[in-house]
Design a binder for this molecule. Structure first.
Ligand code: ADP
Length: 349
């Protein structure tokens, strides 16, 4: 078993606190995605786990082995941790086989290892003699993964490995990498600034901000119950509205909604995800959902981004506007009066 346990990890670079008291647990063979804005400390966390930097404080334990305790660390080359970076970092003058076998013990059957690694990442064996520039971006990333896997790592660190690929390829390479890691039973930590990628890749998502880990948990839990509005927005589009909290319900500009109130009353904010909003033609009889007007419509192929403008009377008469996605071939046009209905409950902050 190779559970990863990071406790109380801190790291400064001069005046910059890159990591502040970060604790994270990843069960053996599971997939964790670390997501956060640029400069939030994601790469520093990965580099400390890899052994490229020393922590100022804190501990990193993999399985039974303590890799770091404060500034006392096990060197990177003795950790048996694989890493795949954004550009794959292949040696340009070596072919695929040489890249994969580079640094592997000469006594090993390197040819067999190379072929096995290629099979693991589902790369055609016929590519062994190609140089990196003769491969597509997706193939290069698969070679980088094969190179890391050939060393039989206990943990795989993935530092934005898909970000240089175009959208379609990115999706398929990501799925193949996930499948390969699952098949060989190696746990992984993926660093990404793409929330959709984090949510679809991981068993556990860890959100970082200003060097701190602000929330970690199952993707669905984080998406529906983020710890604060900033985390909500970090993980996808969010509609955040003012709220008056009663016992087990909440008054909002979209009417009365169900929410877990935990005995709280008073004022607060409530979050809905855009897919909870349904627009219906205004019935004219004053019944049904809350009245609104359709604002700008941004066509995006099968769906369009529709802005909904709410004249809110009960919360200080403010004009509220939020965006949702609708099928492009149906729905109201710009300027139409609509009625807004909410499916499900909201999440209170
Ligand atoms: P992220 O990966 O989320 O973009 P990083 O971990 O790269 O964030 O950086 C976190 C903070 O630490 C940033 O303010 C960055 O400028 C700083 N930092 C990272 N590495 C170094 C370094 N080697 N020297 C000085 N500052 C660094």
């Amino acid at each position: 078993m190779s559970d990863l346990r990071v406790s109380g990890l801190s790291k400064r670079f001069g005046q910059t606190a890159a990591l502040v008291d970060v604790s994270l647990f990843a069960v053996s063979a599971s997939r964790t995605a670390v997501v956060g804005p640029s400069g939030s400390g994601k790469s520093t966390l990965l580099r400390l786990i890899a052994g490229f930097e020393r922590p100022d404080e804190g501990e990193i334990v993999l399985g039974e082995d303590r890799l770091a305790r404060g500034r006392a660390t096990v060197p990177a080359h003795l950790r048996n941790i694989g890493i795949v970076s954004q550009d794959g970092a292949l040696f340009p003058h070596l072919d695929v086989a040489q890249n994969i076998a580079f640094g592997i013990d000469k006594s090993a059957d390197r040819h067999a290892l190379v072929l096995k690694a290629l099979d693991m990442v589902k790369l055609d064996r016929a590519l062994v003699e190609r140089r990196p520039h003769e491969l597509s971006g997706g193939q290069q990333q698969r070679v980088a993964l094969a190179r890391a896997l050939a060393r039989k790592p206990r943990l795989m660190l993935l530092d934005e490995p898909f970000s240089a690929l175009d959208a379609g390829l990115r999706h398929s390479v990501r799925n193949e990498v996930m499948q390969t890691l699952d098949e060989v039973g190696i746990g992984s930590i993926l660093v990404t600034h793409d929330h959709a990628e984090a949510l679809s890749f991981a068993d556990q998502v860890a959100v970082m901000r200003n060097g701190r880990l602000v929330q970690a948990g199952a993707p669905r839990d984080l998406y529906l119950r983020p710890v604060d509005p900033e985390t909500a927005i970090m993980l996808g589009h969010a509609i955040i509205l003012p709220a008056r909290i009663g016992e087990g319900y909440v008054e909002t500009p979209l009417g009365r909604l169900a929410a877990v109130t935990l005995g709280r009353t008073g004022s607060g904010e409530i979050m809905l995800r855009p897919e909870q909003i349904v627009l219906e033609a205004a019935s004219g009889d004053g019944e049904g959902g809350c009245r609104a007007t359709v604002g700008r419509i941004e066509f995006a192929g099968p769906t369009s981004i529709v802005s909904v403008v709410l004249e809110d009377e009960s919360f200080g008469g403010k004009r509220l506007e939020f965006a949702i996605r609708q099928r492009s071939d149906s729905g109201a046009g710009a300027g139409a009066r609509v009625s807004v209905r909410v499916r499900g409950g909201g999440h209170l902050f």
